[in-house]
Design a protein around this ligand. Structure first.
Ligand code: FEO
Length: 386
């Protein structure tokens, strides 16, 4: 596939992966992107997952038409991209591998590198490499998503090779909306590192960019302001949309009944959006994504072992480790004796910045009754007044 006249796509689609990075459901598979820049000197931009060695090397061979690459540029050492470095070196032993000091440290940890492997170490962010017509500038992007990550700008074709940035879940041979699976990918995988993404966006804003070539998902060529705008929102931890997320766990259905009643009350009041997640049964990453997407969140769970139900604990942990902030939060707790889930949940969020708590906390004792139904209606009133 042509990205530009000189830049070709040689990536692969993975429909076999059960859990991406060992934890994420990817119902539409995953793409591992790789590119070739054809010039006087030819550069290959990253490899792909080890399971796709033959397909990727064959894609590469077709594009090379008998020529030999000069450089393998390693922007990211995570195995979904770096898995075929040794296989590539076996096929093209004369190539020079380009990375920074951290890249090569990781490469040595992952592999037994061939003796005498040619290396070009990028010492400083902003260093360039001339291929002929194309000059590449390497910009260090530590923690977007690992410390060695660098992105690459080609000034000839105005292409930004963005590593994991602007990637998404889903293979490239499946048609689906970008925003939803890019958001779940971003929040899940890069969400903790908003500050580093902001820094990278600032550097990228000085560049004239005609296309973004990420390591996952489609090449982005149109409406780049839309994608960059979303990245700015996500990485600055601002809510993207108005709406209420209700995340609940329920042992016997009574906390679920409270959550569903709140959903009904919110819809009756014309709330902009209501998104309900059963944390034990639904994809936790979808719930985390929605918690970051919307401006209000209600957590509903039972008191359990003088603590809270395990799936809720895990969920709140996912939020806090990704710097959840700048939102309104309410609590519904359930307990047959000594209910204390609201206190525990609030305690888990105490390090989170700029959270506003609802005045109405609902305490259900075992099952909904007239008073708790009224308390949920009051909570809905408060959420809709915000
Ligand atoms: Fe797509 Fe961080 O690897």
């Amino acid at each position: 596939m042509f990205v530009t006249d000189d830049i070709r796509y040689i990536g692969v689609n993975d429909h076999q992966v059960d859990l991406f990075e060992g934890q994420y459901d990817v119902p539409n598979g995953m793409a591992y992107n790789s590119y070739v820049i054809l010039d006087e000197k030819i550069a290959v931009m990253d490899t792909v997952d080890i399971h796709f060695k033959d397909e990727w090397l064959s894609n590469l061979e077709k594009v090379l038409e008998g020529k030999t690459p000069s450089y393998l540029i390693v922007q990211h050492m995570e195995p979904d991209h770096a898995g075929n470095i040794l296989n590539f070196l076996k096929a093209y032993p004369e190539v020079t591998v380009v990375g920074n000091a951290k890249t090569f440290t990781m490469m040595e940890q992952f592999f037994d590198l061939p003796e005498g492997m040619n290396r070009l170490v990028v010492k400083k962010s902003g260093e360039t490499l001339c291929l002929g017509k194309h000059t590449l500038t390497f910009v260090f992007a530590p923690m977007v998503h690992w410390p060695e990550v660098m992105v690459t700008y080609d000034s000839a074709d105005k292409v930004l090779f963005s590593a994991d940035g602007f990637g998404k879940f889903g293979a490239n041979d499946v048609e689906e909306e970008w925003d939803c699976e890019a958001r779940r990918y971003y929040i899940g995988i890069v969400g903790k590192f908003g500050m580093q993404v902001q820094k990278l966006l600032k550097e990228a804003s000085a560049l004239d960019i005609a296309a973004i070539c990420p390591l996952h998902g489609p090449v982005l060529k149109e409406d780049l302001g839309h994608y960059i705008g979303l990245y700015d929102t996500w990485s600055s931890y601002k809510p993207e949309d108005k709406g209420v997320v209700i995340a609940y766990t329920s042992v016997y259905g009574n906390t679920k009944a409270a959550a569903l009643l709140l959903e009904e009350e919110l819809k009756a009041r014309g709330c902009e959006a209501v998104s309900v997640h059963d944390l034990a049964r639904m994809d936790m990453a979808e719930a985390v994504e929605d918690a970051f997407r919307y401006d209000r969140l209600v957590l509903a769970t039972t008191t359990y072992n003088a603590d809270i139900f395990p799936f809720m604990k895990e969920f709140i942990h996912h939020l806090t480790e990704r710097n959840y902030q700048n939102r309104t939060v309410g609590f519904i707790e359930n307990g047959t004796w000594a209910p204390q889930a609201a206190k525990v949940m609030k305690g888990m969020l105490e390090g989170s910045k700029n959270l506003t708590y609802l005045e109405n906390t609902v305490t259900v004792k075992s099952a909904l009754k007239e008073d708790t139904r009224a308390a949920i209606a009051a909570m809905a009133d408060e959420l809709c007044a915000k």
